[in-house]
Design a protein around this ligand. Structure first.
Ligand code: ADP
Ligand code: TRP
Length: 334
């Protein structure tokens, strides 16, 4: 009997080049990117520089971070021969698609999105870019007909909004757009930061992947702990430091550490040192590769060129189809 074959999926995700990559980005996103590549799917991973403009108004910083995040992707093992790596703004059709999608997107859908809602709630002036952010994200996803979108929990809403927008479009114009699904493994959905809130570039609570070793040590040793003495038993379930340690552990190792927390006689310094050692073991090779890539600017540029070419071979015809469906067929070809 023929075995049921797993179909090849289109997988897409992106990270804003608005700061340095951290453990939350790795465990919540990049680790899953690597798995999909490993499984042989058709993967698209990009740098969301248009999105980064909603929080970063600094030309040279944005240029530097875009270049350096591309190197981070490569250093972490994304193989440009097996997945497309590109810069969002290199696909001009993304903005065309965003506009068309925005015309089928109800205001209420965007008013319920968190980034915008949070800013407004904090009394921070918000702009149209932030409000329209989820529509641009929908364009990123729909343009390559993505089936799966590996992201952290904070992005779930945005993938749901993408599905809604695609459905609104299809209802008006026929079944043109494919509805994507988020991929969010539960155990890494929200990686806590050093202060226990979600780890995020914007909270200054990260453990960075590629900072100098001494900085990594400082960040790990500043993870917030309670004032329990070495002798006292500790509850791993409520401990930030245990949640971070667990990311690096097998099931058995976390069991063993959990037992040590509960039985007392173990100090937080020892746990922090263990996290530091495991961090260096896990990311040592990537950190070395990252240093090498610094010297290979032409190679990185070539990777990005190849990546965008591949994305546009799907994205170009998709946007032509969308334009045709709404009654704005493309008449000028380059
Ligand atoms: P940040 O919040 O630091 O700005 P991004 O918004 O650029 O991070 O996130 C890029 C990807 O990494 C997204 O898929 C996001 O869900 C994931 N991610 C970021 N922080 C975390 C975290 N603390 N836990 C799990 N996933 C995360
Ligand atoms: N909004 C995402 C974030 O902040 C980045 C992003 C932009 C993205 N476009 C995307 C993620 C498309 C997944 C798919 O993390």
């Amino acid at each position: 009997m023929a075995e049921t074959e797993t179909p090849t999926l289109n997988v897409l995700s992106g990270i804003q080049p608005s700061g340095n990559l951290h453990l939350g980005n790795y465990f919540g996103a990049v680790q899953q990117y690597l798995e999909f590549v490993e499984q042989g799917h058709n993967c698209f991973y990009f740098l969301a520089n248009y999105h980064a403009l909603t929080s970063l108004r600094d030309r040279s910083k944005l240029l530097d971070l875009t270049r350096s995040t591309a190197m981070d992707y490569l250093a972490l093992g994304l193989d440009p021969d097996r997945c497309a790596i590109y810069i969002q703004s290199d696909i001009p059709e993304v903005c065309e698609l965003q506009w068309i999608l925005s015309t089928v997107t109800p205001m209420g859908l965007l008013e319920r999105c968190h980034a915008y809602k949070d800013k407004v709630a904090q009394g921070i002036p918000s702009d149209h870019g932030l409000f329209a952010y989820p529509v641009l994200q929908a364009a990123d996803i729909l343009i390559v007909r993505a089936d799966r979108v590996p992201v952290g929990q904070d992005q779930k809403k945005h993938v749901e909004v993408t599905r809604d927008i695609a459905q609104y479009f299809n209802t008006s114009y026929g079944e043109v757009l494919k509805l994507p699904e988020p991929y969010i493994p539960e155990h890494v959905a929200v990686v806590p930061g050093r202060d226990g809130r979600k780890m995020s570039k914007s909270y200054n609570n990260t453990i960075e992947l590629f900072a100098p070793e001494e900085e990594i040590r400082r960040q790990i040793f500043s993870i917030v702990t309670d004032s329990a003495t070495v002798a006292e038993p500790k509850d791993p379930e409520t401990s930030i430091i245990f949640s971070i340690l667990k990311l690096f552990c097998t099931e058995e190792e976390s069991q063993a550490w959990g037992d040590r927390f509960r039985s007392g006689g173990m100090g937080y310094r020892e746990v922090k040192q263990a996290i530091f050692d495991k961090f260096m073991e896990k990311f040592g090779d990537a950190r070395r590769r990252r240093r090498e890539l610094e010297k290979e600017e032409d190679y990185v540029a070539e990777v990005l060129r190849r990546g965008v070419h591949k994305a546009r071979t799907i994205g170009g015809p998709l946007v032509d189809q969308v334009r045709d469906a709404v009654g704005i067929p493309r008449l000028i070809y380059d």
